[in-house]
Design a protein around this ligand. Structure first.
Ligand SMILES: [Zn+2]
Length: 278
């Protein structure tokens, strides 16, 4: 049976998919005429297949572009199922995937057999300096550098709709995954997002933040009011939504403690969930 996946139509041409299998990770589809643009993908094929079905209905010419907001596995594995799409990312994303992605995927396959269908797709179009704009008829997608969560992190601003696809710079999880994350840069990135005039933020993980909720979310340091905890450190299926506040999976390995407590203004995303890095 195909796993259920939450799909939300955010505007006429924008759809957001939220995984029920992997920590509420999100992917988004922008429809432009006969083509589609995906911003990130979902990791498990059971859910990607549902995205592909919607693409088939809405986009006769398929997905033309996939934008990776960063290199980590939970955002890139689904690209395997759109082989004709050009994949756009920051240059560092491609480098990090080459350095770590293939080995990590092989490891993940030993833990989750459905990932045997996945082949890593490296970015085919990269940018290095400044930002990058993808112009479609009536739509401009601006790719903004926001290093912090990972060095290659970007966000995608849909200018006409004041809609930001923030990747893991903004997430409902009270933890951030990368051991190499730059906490000061994360804070800077969140402040930058907080200063933007936005109607909506699609988080890398978690529910969509609407205009009236943005200020409060940013003030709280981007913590969810309904935290949930991974029960797994690997690619075997994690728990869907835990009911209790999380315990830090790195509590014995350097976590500074903020992610095991209730949200507070001084509490910023921390470096946990190492298993999610790839
Ligand atoms: Zn993620």
């Amino acid at each position: 049976m195909i796993a259920p996946m939450h799909t939300e139509r955010l505007s006429d041409d924008v759809y957001v998919f939220t995984s029920e299998l992997y920590y509420q990770v999100t992917a988004s589809l922008i429809v432009s005429g006969t083509i589609g643009v995906l911003i990130d993908t979902l990791p498990f094929p059971e859910e990607t297949v549902q995205i592909a079905q919607l693409v088939n209905r809405l986009c006769p010419d398929g997905v033309r572009y996939i934008i990776y907001t960063q290199h980590q596995a939970d955002h890139v594995y689904g690209a395997a199922f759109f082989p004709r799409a050009e994949v756009i990312s920051h240059t560092l994303c491609r480098e990090l995937m080459i350095a770590h992605g293939f080995e990590a995927l092989e490891q993940a396959k030993t833990q989750s057999p459905s990932l045997n269908l996945v082949r890593l797709r490296l970015p085919t179009i990269t940018f290095d300096k400044g930002n990058f704009a993808l112009r479609l008829p009536g739509k401009t997608l601006e790719l903004l550098r926001l290093p912090g969560h990972t060095p290659d992190s970007i966000a995608v601003l849909f200018q006409e709709e004041k809609l930001l696809f923030a990747g893991d710079t903004i997430m409902a999880l009270p933890t951030v995954s990368d051991p190499g994350a730059d906490v000061a840069a994360i804070r800077q990135a969140i402040e930058l997002v907080a200063g933007m005039q936005l109607d909506c933020i699609v988080q890398g993980h978690g529910e969509i933040i609407l205009r009236g909720e943005i200020k409060e979310n940013m003030r709280r340091g981007n913590h969810t009011s309904k935290p949930w905890s991974p029960k797994s450190k690997n690619w075997s299926r994690p728990a869907r939504r835990a009911k209790r506040p999380p315990a830090c999976p790195l509590s014995s390995a350097g976590c500074r403690g903020c992610c095991s407590t209730e949200p507070s203004p001084s509490c910023i995303p921390q470096m946990c969930l190492r298993s999610m890095t790839a």
